[in-house]
Design a protein around this ligand. Structure first.
Ligand code: C2O
Length: 344
């Protein structure tokens, strides 16, 4: 059977997975009165997610205004900045059990739920930001770390006065430090860039002999946590978390730890690119031996999650409704894919 959406009224204590200790924060969402099932929104105008390194001053202003307003919402508003950050903690640090499975933890990483869960998370986050600035066309930026032009922290995030700033980041990895997607530790920027492109080629094209190599291993009702991540989740995705997380903090906060990752606005920018990788893999890449890139298993398609939408309404969503990003009303700015030529 598919993993069912968690029961909010049974949400409990979360664990710091880096230390194994209980967290002294409550990351459970406020209780919702009724739950509605997600209906795809009417497609009025496509929201185009821009590359974070290329956005205009006008865009930066809008984005910062939206995040600032999110930070000013009442603490118990499920759309507020901390409540949104805590979604990641609740779904990833053992605050929820799988419904009907005793004390078996629910975990959305390291399995085929990774891409769909984060797609939904960003979808609602983006809708909330758009609502807060009265712009339904607002789209999150993506951190284009797969392209040499995007291989540093996007400059707009490093202004300490900006709402999208976060102090808990590794000071050694501020621009112009180049992301190290292979976690090589190599300090030569040119070598790292070229290695990054090779990493991208491997994750996106070469390492995928079956669908689960890319998507992550099956995770159903009753499956133990972490059956296995896909190439992209395990590789570049984790590398970016490690790159940004602050080594001066006890557990790599913010980006370097599940419970705190959502507290850094850069998290959503990073995951917009992870989401883009899924879309590229689905629709734009050479088929590399795979005939079919669709998982048809009903335990995948019917897995469900709960999110608060832009109107603070609790919504139950399923994996099958997020498979096509354009049906959710957003797409990505087109940029080059230089790694396609980096076959190792
Ligand atoms: Cu839910 Cu990048 O992790």
């Amino acid at each position: 059977n598919p993993v069912q959406a968690p029961q909010i009224d049974k949400c409990g204590v979360a664990t710091n997975l880096n230390t194994g200790k209980q967290l002294d924060i409550n990351c459970c969402p406020p209780m919702g009165k009724n739950i509605i099932d997600f209906k795809p929104p009417p497609l009025v105008q496509m929201r185009t997610r821009p590359s974070a390194h290329r956005v205009s001053a006008e865009y930066m202003f809008k984005y910062n205004t939206a995040i600032d307003r999110m930070k000013r919402l009442p603490k118990d508003d499920p759309r507020s900045f901390m409540q949104q950050a805590n979604i990641h903690c609740a779904y990833c640090n053992g605050a929820y059990d799988q419904p009907g499975q005793g004390t078996l933890d629910l975990q959305v990483h390291n399995s085929w739920l990774f891409f769909p869960f984060h797609r939904w998370y960003l979808y609602f986050y983006e809708r909330i930001l758009g609502k807060l600035i009265g712009d339904p066309t607002f789209a999150l930026p993506f951190w284009n770390w797969d392209n040499p032009k995007g291989m540093t922290i996007p400059p707009m995030f490093v202004d300490p006065k900006a709402a999208i700033y976060d102090a808990k980041r590794n000071p050694a990895n501020m621009p112009p430090a180049v992301v190290d997607l292979g976690l090589t530790g190599n300090k030569d920027p040119l070598q790292v860039v070229s290695n990054n492109l090779t990493v991208m080629y491997s994750e996106m094209v070469r390492a995928n002999s079956d669908i689960y190599d890319f998507m992550g291993k099956p995770y159903r009702e009753g499956t133990l946590v972490n059956p296995g991540p896909g190439a992209s989740e395990r590789g570049s995705h984790v590398a970016i978390h490690v790159f940004v997380g602050d080594p001066r903090e006890p557990s790599g906060e913010d980006l370097g730890n599940f419970y705190s990752a959502g507290r850094d606005p850069l998290f959503y920018c990073h995951h917009a690119n992870v989401d883009r990788m899924w879309t590229l893999w689905q629709y734009f890449l050479p088929n590399n031996k795979l005939i079919d890139k669709k998982i048809t298993d009903p335990d995948y398609l019917n897995a469900s999650f709960l999110f608060y939408d832009e109107n603070a309404q609790l919504v139950r969503v399923t994996v099958k409704d997020c498979l096509d990003n354009t049906k959710l009303g957003y797409d990505f700015e087109r940029v080059d894919l230089p790694w396609l030529d980096y076959r190792p």
